[in-house]
Design a protein around this ligand. Structure first.
Ligand code: BDR
Ligand code: CA
Length: 311
């Protein structure tokens, strides 16, 4: 099994990623750390607890982390996710407590305790907690097996500004520090996540698995997709964050290449842009595996089969 820590700002698509991980015996979910992003930290932490409880995984610690980006004000995305971050269905108030450890301390402690090179970090939101952990404890960098993240976009453009994807846009400095950390990175940018669309037929298949999780996920998707359906005029919204977990489970569903990636942290026009040197024109060495294509039907077959294992 692959031990992972999921760092997240749920968000419906984050929630589906959590459920996919919770349902997959190939992954050992060591903990969930929360960050401010789609909605403020108080809500992302509440949502993470609700989702783990829905999955029946109250054995997993939930640690709250940074409530704002490193050096700028928080930008949120209620216009996409709704005011709670998880609009679409009301889940019960969770009984699962918040772990007393700060997310950054949990990440550092876990990486130091576990055998070096075994733990994979899965950031699904702004990279603030990961950057803070690397600042606080540079010794953890070589101990991280890989960072598999959802963020960025290049050929597809941005979803917050013409140049920037949300997770990188919210905390570009943190993204810059992560991409220059020397830790192996796999990146699922909008270029790949925009191929994974929650069409009506795919939502129906999820609803038909017949358990509570299937009903909840279908309701979340129907809320979440309305934003992208309107904006891009398509059937279905992109299930961004579950791509990270799907890559860990079935990397053969994806293709991409190793590239140099740099993050724009200053420009007023393009701040938060992930500049992906797909064609190797800079001669700079690769610092990330950039995913570009995915077998979307294969992805939904995997997701649907795993959600059926929950309750
Ligand atoms: C990313 O931003 C958030 O709204 C989603 O949860 C995803 O992590 C997509 O740009
Ligand atoms: Ca997210």
């Amino acid at each position: 099994t692959t031990p992972i820590i999921i760092d997240t700002d749920p968000g419906q698509d984050d929630a589906v990623a959590l459920l996919l991980a919770a349902a997959s015996p190939e992954l050992e979910l060591l903990g969930v750390t929360t960050v401010a992003g789609n909605v403020p930290l108080r809500l992302t932490t509440l949502n993470a607890r609700k989702v783990l409880e829905l999955a029946g995984r109250d054995d997993v610690p939930v640690c709250a982390g940074a409530d704002r980006p490193l050096d700028r004000d928080l930008v949120t995305a209620e216009h996409v996710h709704g005011d709670t971050g998880l609009n679409g269905v009301d889940l019960p108030e969770p009984t699962l407590p918040v772990d007393p450890r700060h997310a950054v301390d949990f990440i550092v402690q876990t990486l130091r305790e576990r055998e070096a090179g075994t733990v994979t970090l899965c950031p699904l939101g702004p990279l603030t907690n990961i950057a803070l952990a690397l600042r606080q404890a540079p010794d953890i960098a070589p101990r991280i097996r890989r960072i598999v993240l959802m963020g960025g976009g290049f050929f597809e453009g941005g979803n917050v500004t013409p140049a920037a994807e949300f997770n990188v846009y919210v905390d570009p400095q943190a993204a810059h520090e992560v991409f220059t950390s020397g830790v192996p990175i796999t990146m699922a940018p909008l270029d790949v996540t925009h191929q994974v669309l929650t069409t009506a037929a795919r939502i129906d298949a999820i609803r038909r698995v017949g358990n509570r999780v299937g009903t909840v996920v279908a309701a979340w998707m129907e809320f979440f997709e309305r934003y992208d359906e309107e904006k891009y005029g398509q059937d279905g919204g992109p299930l961004h964050d579950p791509c990270v977990i799907a890559w860990l489970l079935q990397p053969q569903l994806f293709s991409g290449r190793d590239c140099n990636v740099r993050i724009e942290t200053h420009s007023e026009l393009t701040r938060g842009m992930s500049v992906i040197d797909w064609w190797g024109v800079t001669g700079l060495s690769a610092n990330a595996q950039v995913l570009r294509h995915v077998d979307a039907d294969g992805f939904f077959a995997l997701l649907t089969e795993r959600l059926a294992r929950l309750r």
